[in-house]
Design a protein around this ligand. Structure first.
Ligand code: SF4
Length: 228
């Protein structure tokens, strides 16, 4: 399994915000969001191939109950099945961060699904191949429905522009048995100015609709420093 970094930090997004976690970042993604904040795991994937035992040994360098398996797209790797099983055997709490386009029968305590909206696609003019592939693969309602049925979940949408809100409504209308308490809307951006700009209209929208507004505290705490 190709891994780009393993480090301990504090979860900055979602229902477990503020929780100390070990982050295991798989390298490689089947999508190419233009705003990807980990291009070293998608656009220009880095990292080394590690065995499951080597990944577990790195996780065990920290005395930390929570483990976040992220990427890139960790669900690309079938090794995630034995890795999550080994971590579950060690009674770790496992979060998996996925765009929800791929299914694997993993052990997982919180399936953190971040569906990618049409506005996430790279520009057609500069990236025609990835624009088409991204738009073809980004929306798999059957996969998201299965993940929501089988796991404790959060649905975390990255919102770039007001028009995205209508697309989210259409998305949610197509899914069954969704708990509104588990829907989080998060502003797109990493810089304080762009986050503040989008927070200005997104937070009130969440209040009106009964969704959770989801700040991106890691950028407030650490900026865009890798491994933080
Ligand atoms: S799905 Fe996630 S890792 Fe992949 S390109 Fe989009 S933001 Fe980056």
């Amino acid at each position: 399994m190709r891994i780009v970094e393993v480090y301990q930090s504090v979860q900055g997004e979602g229902l477990l915000t503020g929780t100390a976690c070990v982050f295991v970042r798989a390298s490689g993604c089947n999508l190419r969001c233009w705003f990807c904040d980990t291009p070293y795991a998608s656009w220009r994937p880095e990292g080394v191939d590690l065995t499951i035992d080597e990944v577990v040994a790195k996780v065990e360098e920290w005395d930390c109950q929570h483990v976040v398996l992220t990427g890139g797209e960790p669900m690309l790797f079938s090794e995630l099945i034995p890795l999550t099983q080994q971590l579950a055997n060690r009674e770790r709490h496992i979060t998996i961060e996925t765009a929800g386009t791929l299914y694997l029968p993993v052990a997982c305590d919180l399936m953190s699904i971040s569906p990618k909206l049409s506005s996430s696609a790279p520009a057609l003019a500069s990236n025609p191949h990835w624009h088409r592939r991204h738009q073809r693969e980004r929306c798999r309602m059957d996969v998201i429905q299965r993940l929501v049925r089988e796991y404790v979940y959060q649905l975390k949408f990255v919102v770039d522009r007001p028009a995205d809100c209508q697309e989210i409504e259409e998305y949610l209308a197509a899914l069954e048995d969704i708990d509104r308490e588990r829907i989080l809307l998060m502003p797109q951006g990493t810089h304080p100015d762009e986050l503040a700009d989008r927070t200005g209209w997104l937070a009130p929208y969440c209040q009106i609709k009964g969704y959770r507004f989801c700040p991106r505290k890691q950028f407030e705490w650490y900026g865009t420093v890798r491994g933080s």
